[in-house]
Structures are given as structure tokens and as C-alpha cells.
Design a binder for this molecule. Structure first.
Ligand code: ATP
Length: 624
């Protein structure tokens, strides 16, 4: 058995303490720090995966960084700290630098994403290539120009395995049929055929991404000798492999980890199962159900440094696992502000936004970046607010404007930023180098340009492009002129000298409007920010408004909203499938982003029932 350092007190005691009017904040904080310290020191155990569960705001990243800073491993051994997004890995690397220990993000350590870990340490060193073929990993299929066709990418499909134990490269099926193709069966068939042919061709060339990488890893680890070699090399290089945000592991990822653990690779996972919101990543038809039976966690952190106790109490009502409410220990723990419930009626979502703004004003939360409007789907936000489109527009000029606007917005993070970087890189390479038929790295290799050189050039172009409030026609001309001056004249190359086409009717509009959603006259929403719930995982804001709109668009959407609201207000999932639990978890993630002010805007018909349910659970609410 492992040793647990300074075990935190049992939950029942904590609950009693926190409800007591004289609960001593300093005493609670001591317990919270002791629990975090336990996570920092919890040893890995051979032969199994050691698991830490932690509530929202528990300081998971902080605990992992303290472990990395303060717990050295054996001589010449490193620690792998694995996350699920490039942004999360970059944050860990940044914190190592901030602590004056930049070497902790470098060899022999590994700080990166799960996919890059599999590639760098499981697959690449051990895979053999047929003659003339070279394996190359793509972060996403979207990164290869030949994996895209008229706005559809190979990433829009799941593929089947070519044989039972093989790799998924044949028989694509849509993850979700794009709206524009919904009623066009011929085009759908065309794209399915294109995807199958293209995937097979790219696979033969040696390109590998997501699902295929997992298949290859699993297969290689399953081979007795090769599996043993991979595991023993991992175990000698890494004293431990820490996996952050482990709730995002798919059942296939779990199977890979189980193979590693069985071969004594020391593994520690840290995550919050209630925040598992990537059910759609369960790709294979033979995948285990999402909620795999897990052994009890080795340690659970139950103190929340982020939110008020009222927000923690509300979060419990959204928790499918039924875990007790967390204990608030942050600066706003005792704020008494109730949860706001705003009824949505026929006059749309604007009144709800205004009420939320007024309440944020009253609490003196003025920074727009701290007043966050969240919804399950981007379409909901588009209806409520005008701002930059979620995805790059298809016209060349509009896409460049969009990418420039996103990359210049310090608040733009995650997937959207990655998409913008890709669009921007392609535009610069198109104008500079031409021949856009291979992914970025090969394109640069072909022209003997290093990745760093290219980054400097793109950054320079980004800074030099004109202000996005210029008329679009003028912006387009100036943008090409800037690229010509900076790339052609200074760097000796320029493959395209034409202005980016700008249709007549758009020429006099401000360029930024080419990349924005429409805004009704008189509407101003500059004082708020908005995002999808999936887009703000891991973040926090002073004030959060969660929109749960009456879904009028489709039966499917209406069902999703109804199932969610029925489940929430009845205190149990009303559907046996994972759909209800997933909707609960997604809204749980939304609610737990809030530090001080939490509001829900729901269809008016649900307000009385929701208010009654929350009050019955001792959550003060205010109906607006
Ligand atoms: N020991 C501590 N003392 C003071 N503040 C802390 C402590 N631990 C964490 N915090 C603060 O609590 C907040 C939440 O921490 P963090 O974002 O790391 O939580 P998390 O566990 O990653 O949450 P989530 O899973 O919801 O994203 C941050 O503002 C962080 O600085």
C-alpha cells in the first residue's frame, strides 16, 4: 500500500465544519493545504495507476507543479507531465520558467500533450518503416492541406479498422454531418468516398494522427517483446508519468495506460471525473462505455480555492457522481450573493445579458474579460452577442482578417487560437513560398527554412499588418504590400503578388466585419465576453452567465435542453444513456468557472421548478 501523507479529514467532518456559522477559515485552509501537500507527495505504486481526484478550483496544476519542482527523481531520470491541450502544456512549461527552473521543462523531463507523448516515447522510437516511407505525426488532420476539401477535413470522420487488431484507415463515418450537407445525400456520399481514398493515400505516405496513433500505440504495446522494450525504456527514462486532466482520457487512452501500468511504468493521474466533457471522443464502435468502472481514487481534494460556498453548493446539484459539496476556502468563500435565475421569454436573450451586466456592475466587476457568457453551443452565443466568428470564414481575405483578429486578441485561447495560427501560417507560406501541397513542417524543409525562422517571420507579418478597422479593400491591398515588402524584398522570395480578392460590396466595410457575426443595430455587448463551455475548461472568471436557451431549432436540440433541465431539476439523470449525464457535466464545468457571481438564463417555464429545487438543496437563489 502507498503511504498517504497528512490525510485530509473525512468529508462528513468537513461538511459539519463548513456549515457551522463559526467555521474557522484559517483552519479550513490548513486542511486544504495539507490535502494539496498529500497530492504533491503521493508516491507512485508499481503495477497500477495511482489516481488523484480533485474538485474544481482545488489547485491541481499548482499541486503538479509543486511536485515537479520539489520531488526530484532518481539520477538521470526525468518526469513526464502530460496534458491534453497545447495551452495546458505551455502553461506548465511557463510556470517552470517563472519559478526559475526552466530546465524542468527540458530533457530528461517531458512536458507536452498526450498525443505528443505517445508519438515521441511510445511509437516513433520503436516503429519500423517500409522502404521509402517515413512516418510523420500530425497534431490534427486539419494540418495537412491534402486532408481538407471544400471546408471538410479528415478530422470530421471516424474510421474503422482495416482488420480487427489493425489501424483505423478504412470505412469512414461522419462524426456529425455538416449542416450544409444535411439534405444532400449525394454530396455526403462523395465526401465519404473522398475521405476513404484520401485517408488511405496519406496513411500509405506515413501520416498519422489521433485515432491512428492510439491504434498503433496499443498494438505495439500489445506485442510481447516490443511492448516490454517500450515499457522498460519508458521506466528507465521517467521516474514517473503524471497525467493532468485525466478525465479527458478516452477508453482507448485508458487501455494504453493499463498496458503501461501492467509493465510497471509508474503512472499518476490527476483529474476531476465530474468535469469529463469529451464523451464524443469515444470513437471506436468497440470502445468501452465512457464511464469505465474505476477503482476508488487514492486521494480526493475537496477544497475549492476559487468560488463562493454558494457556488460550490450549486455545483453539487449538477454533479452526476453525487459527491458531497466541496468546501470553499478562497477569498470569496463567504460572499452571500445568491445564484441568479433569469427567465428567457420571447424577447430573446438580450434582457438576460443586461440583467447580468447590471449585477456585475453592482458587484463592481468591471473588467469585460471577467464577465463571461457561456453556452453549450456557439450558435447560442451568436444569437446573443455579436463577435468574431468561431471558425475561419472560407473566403481567403475574410480568413486572413479573422486569423489576424484572433491572434491579436490576448484572450483568444485553445482551439480557436490554434485554428487561427494554422490559417495565418498557410497565408504567409502561400504568399512567400507557394506550392501548398504538404503540411507546414515539410513545406519549410522543402525550402530550407527552420521552424524558428518561420515563427519570427509570421510574428513580424502579424505585427505589420494594418489596423483591422481600415476599409476591407484598402486593408487587403496594404496587407499584400506589407507581405511583399517584408518577405519578397527582405527575404528574397514572394510567390503571389496579387491583392486578396475583395468583392465590391465589402470594399468599404471595416475589415474586421468580414470576420464578425452580424450585430443588430443598437446592440452593444462590448462589456461582456463569450465562449463555449468547452472553450473555457480550466479557466476562471469573476462573473459567469450560463445560457440554456429554449432550443427552437431542432427536435434534437429541444430534447437536449429538456433532458438536461429535467435531469437537473429532478436531481437524477432522466435518460439511461450518457446524454443526460454529459449535459450535466458540461453545465457543471460552466458553473464552476465562476468565482463570485453565477447566473443561469433558462426558459421561463423552468424557472419556478429550478428555483424550488435549488432552494431545497440550500442554495440561495434570486429570480429575475
Ligand atoms: N494553496 C493555495 N493557496 C491559495 N490559492 C490557491 C491555492 N491553490 C490554488 N489556489 C488558487 O485557486 C484557483 C484555482 O486553482 P486552479 O485553477 O489551479 O484549480 P484547478 O484544480 O485546476 O481547477 P479546475 O479543475 O476547475 O480547472 C487559482 O486562482 C489558484 O491560484
Amino acid at each position: 500500500m502507498h503511504e498517504v501523507i497528512a490525510a485530509p479529514p473525512p468529508v462528513r467532518d468537513l461538511q459539519a465544519l463548513v456549515r457551522h456559522p463559526a467555521a474557522d477559515l484559517e483552519q479550513l485552509r490548513e486542511q486544504a493545504r495539507a490535502a494539496q501537500q498529500s497530492a504533491v507527495g503521493l508516491p507512485c505504486a508499481p503495477g497500477r495507476i495511482v489516481r488523484i481526484e480533485a474538485c474544481p478550483g482545488a489547485g491541481k496544476t499548482r499541486a503538479i507543479i509543486h511536485r515537479h519542482l520539489n520531488h526530484p527523481l532518481g539520477p538521470r531520470q526525468g518526469r513526464a507531465v502530460v496534458s491534453f491541450t497545447r495551452a495546458a502544456s505551455a502553461e506548465i512549461a511557463r510556470r517552470c520558467v517563472e519559478e526559475g527552473r526552466p530546465e524542468l521543462a527540458d530533457y530528461p523531463h517531458f512536458v507536452g500533450t498526450f498525443d505528443s507523448f505517445l508519438w515521441t516515447h511510445v511509437v516513433r522510437p520503436h516503429i519500423t518503416s517500409p522502404a521509402g516511407q517515413k512516418w510523420r505525426r500530425l497534431e490534427s488532420w486539419d494540418d495537412h492541406p491534402m486532408a481538407r476539401n471544400s471546408g471538410i477535413s479528415l478530422g470530421d470522420f471516424h474510421f474503422q479498422r482495416d482488420d480487427p487488431g489493425g489501424v483505423r484507415v478504412v470505412a469512414p463515418r461522419w462524426k456529425k454531418v455538416p449542416y450544409a450537407l444535411k439534405s444532400d445525400a449525394d454530396r455526403q456520399r462523395y465526401f465519404l468516398h473522398w475521405a476513404e481514398t484520401q485517408m488511405a493515400a496519406l496513411w500509405r505516405e506515413g501520416f498519422i494522427a489521433g485515432e491512428q496513433l492510439r491504434d498503433v500505440s496499443f498494438r505495439m504495446l500489445g506485442q510481447p517483446e516490443r511492448g516490454m522494450r517500450i515499457a522498460s525504456m519508458l521506466a528507465s527514462r521517467f521516474g514517473e508519468i503524471v497525467i493532468d486532466e485525466s478525465q479527458d482520457l478516452s477508453s482507448e487512452d485508458h487501455s494504453i495506460l493499463a498496458q503501461l501500468a501492467a509493465r510497471n511504468v509508474p503512472l499518476l493521474t490527476v483529474g476531476d471525473p465530474d468535469q469529463s466533457i469529451y464523451g464524443f471522443r469515444e470513437t471506436s464502435t468497440d470502445a468501452e462505455p465512457h464511464a469505465m468502472a474505476m477503482p476508488a481514487a487514492d486521494l480526493r481534494l475537496r477544497h475549492n480555492w476559487r468560488s463562493t460556498q454558494i457556488i460550490c453548493d450549486l455545483a453539487r446539484t449538477l454533479r452526476p457522481s453525487g459527491e458531497a459539496a466541496d468546501v470553499a476556502v478562497g477569498d470569496h468563500r463567504d460572499d452571500a450573493g445568491p445564484v441568479l435565475l433569469v427567465g428567457l421569454a420571447k424577447d430573446g436573450m438580450r434582457p438576460a445579458l443586461r440583467k447580468f451586466e447590471a449585477e456585475a456592475d453592482r458587484l463592481e466587476i468591471r473588467e469585460p474579460a471577467q464577465r463571461m457568457v457561456l453556452a453549450y453551443k456557439h450558435a447560442t452565443l451568436a444569437a446573443a452577442q455579436a463577435n468574431l466568428k468561431e471558425d475561419p470564414p472560407s473566403a481567403q481575405l475574410d480568413a486572413l482578417v479573422w486569423a489576424t483578429a484572433v491572434l491579436r486578441d490576448p484572450g483568444a485561447q485553445g482551439k480557436r487560437r490554434e485554428k487561427a495560427e494554422r490559417v495565418f501560417s498557410e497565408c504567409v507560406r502561400h504568399h512567400w513560398l507557394g506550392d501548398m501541397d504538404v503540411p507546414e513542417r515539410e513545406h519549410l524543409d522543402r525550402h530550407d527554412i527552420s521552424a524558428l525562422e518561420f515563427r519570427l517571420v509570421t510574428q513580424f507579418v502579424l505585427n505589420s499588418l494594418p489596423d483591422l478597422h481600415l476599409p476591407a479593400g484598402e486593408w487587403s491591398r496594404t496587407a499584400v504590400q506589407v507581405m511583399r515588402e517584408h518577405l519578397f524584398e527582405k527575404l528574397g522570395r514572394f510567390s503571389t503578388a496579387r491583392a486578396l480578392p475583395c468583392p465590391k460590396e465589402k470594399k468599404s466595410k471595416a475589415a474586421v466585419l468580414l470576420a464578425s457575426k452580424g450585430r443588430k443595430p443598437g446592440e452593444r455587448t462590448d462589456g461582456l465576453r463569450s465562449n463555449t463551455i468547452h472553450g473555457v475548461k480550466g479557466e476562471q472568471f469573476e462573473a459567469v452567465l450560463v445560457l440554456v436557451p429554449p432550443a427552437e431549432k431542432s427536435v434534437e436540440e429541444r430534447q437536449r435542453t429538456d433532458i438536461f433541465m429535467e435531469s437537473w431539476t429532478s436531481g437524477q439523470c432522466v435518460e439511461p444513456t450518457d446524454r443526460a449525464a454529459e449535459a450535466m457535466r458540461v453545465h457543471y464545468v460552466a458553473a464552476t468557472r465562476a468565482r463570485r457571481l453565477l447566473a443561469f438564463a433558462v426558459d421561463q417555464q423552468y424557472v419556478p421548478r429550478l428555483a424550488a429545487h435549488l432552494r431545497a438543496n440550500h442554495v440561495p437563489v434570486s429570480e429575475l
